[in-house]
Design a protein around this ligand. Structure first.
Ligand code: ADP
Ligand code: MG
Length: 153
């Protein structure tokens, strides 16, 4: 587990960009944290680290899955905020992920543990421009073992 304390949006994107450089195809980056914690900002940094224009990354409003290309790997950006467990299953996320990196905001809404490599990123607001970020890469065999309890339904 790696812990960071960032003092600006830029610092958060830098942490994410360094992580992105190490990600293998098929990795899901599960993002946990309240509104304003910095999940979308972190995804912007992932994009930058993959060689994608970070300005393409927006907070998905009505789009649940966005795809950004032009980098080392495609990046899928998923926001589960408005979805329920069964609807998440219908998205077919596992297949999309295969040759890409998939960043999932509100990952606590996932109805089940994801197969394959995952990175867990917990973000917490610790002051107006301070964020605490914990990055955990569970061993693949135990992937998701330490994830939050899925909200099965
Ligand atoms: P979320 O997707 O978790 O709702 P966003 O990334 O959309 O959060 O928003 C985070 C907000 O917090 C932005 O307005 C950003 O400018 C602000 N912010 C302030 N300090 C930081 C920091 N250290 N890291 C990330 N965002 C920060
Ligand atoms: Mg967001």
């Amino acid at each position: 587990m790696d812990r960071y304390r960032t003092g600006s949006e830029t610092e958060t994107t830098e942490v994410a960009a360094r992580l992105a450089a190490t990600l293998a195809p098929g990795t899901a980056v599960l993002l946990f944290g309240d509104l304003g914690a910095g999940k979308t900002t972190f995804v912007r940094g992932l994009a930058a680290g993959l060689g994608i224009d970070p300005e393409e990354v927006s907070s998905p409003t009505f789009t649940i899955v966005q795809e950004y290309r032009g980098g080392r790997l495609p990046l899928y950006h998923v926001d589960l905020y408005r979805l329920e467990g069964r609807e998440v299953d219908d998205l077919g996320l596992d297949e999309l992920r295969e040759e890409a990196v998939m960043a999932i905001e509100w990952a606590d809404r996932l109805p089940r543990r994801l197969p394959g490599p995952v990175v867990l990123v917990h973000l917490r607001e610790a002051g107006e421009s301070t964020r605490e970020i914990a990055v955990e890469r569970p061993a693949e065999a135990a992937a998701g073992e330490s994830a939050e309890e899925p909200r099965g339904r």
